[in-house]
Design a protein. Sequence first.
Length: 305
Amino acid sequence: MKHLIDPMDLTTEEISEILDLADDIILNKEKYSQICQGKKLATLFFEPSTRTRLSFEAAMMELGGNVLGFSSADSSSASKGESVRDTVRVVECYADIIAMRHPKEGAPLLASLNVDIPIINAGDGGHNHPTQTLTDLLTIRREVGRLDHFTIGFCGDLKFGRTVHSLIKALSRYEGIKIVLISPNELKVPDYIKTDILDKGNVEYIEVKSLENSMPELDVLYMTRVQRERFFNEADYVRLKDTYILDMNKLQNAKEELAILHPLPRVNEISVKVDDDKRAKYFVQALYGKYVRMALIMKLLGLEA
Ligand code: CP
């Protein structure tokens, strides 16, 4: 494993190793506090982020390393026309590992073909978000207790939601996963996810419109935001943005052990009243994101405690 561009770059064994390491970091933070001394992480974010960028930076700091980078294309020389290829070739002179977010699908892959240091895809357009997937898998494993034999509902913008695409890919390799795809017609999961991932992997799935009707059978509910920035016109966004709003009323028929995940940011799709319900796991999920990124940085740099 040199780069992480697509969740399928990792075998299920490698995923287990990363999650095991994250679990150990959570238990033994001091043991890892100097492991990246003298190492630098560059965060190259050509698109906005709160969790991914800051959790990567916190992760590197808690490993004893340093961070540098930029948080928008406007504050980098991309605004003067510099290519991704040239940007990463220069940053390679200053850093040991790069986490990159870019609005164009494939930009982190292109970067990985042009440098010798590890590149981590921190989200590329509507395509993939593999470190969110590791975060989601760690959350499910810790909060549900297993990565197999459960029913997960994905609800909201399944068309543009890269976190959904990446998590479906990753889960397609585990036994006994049933997927309920809950969306309006306009925001259904792309066909390639159905043909290349779900059908090929013999994963049981259904496409439905009603969140309420699906609720009783779910072990995990993965809520998503309607991705305004990827819509071609504002009128469509306004029409679709509040299709699903999870509130306490809708949770009446849910399992007591349901785990509610959301990659965040949230807009309207989960009522703040749900935050106090023990089934709401989306803030601890954001915390787990830091630990799983610590584990990933260590793995990609070939470091052991
Ligand atoms: N989940 C996630 O990718 O959040 P940010 O866009 O804030 O990084």
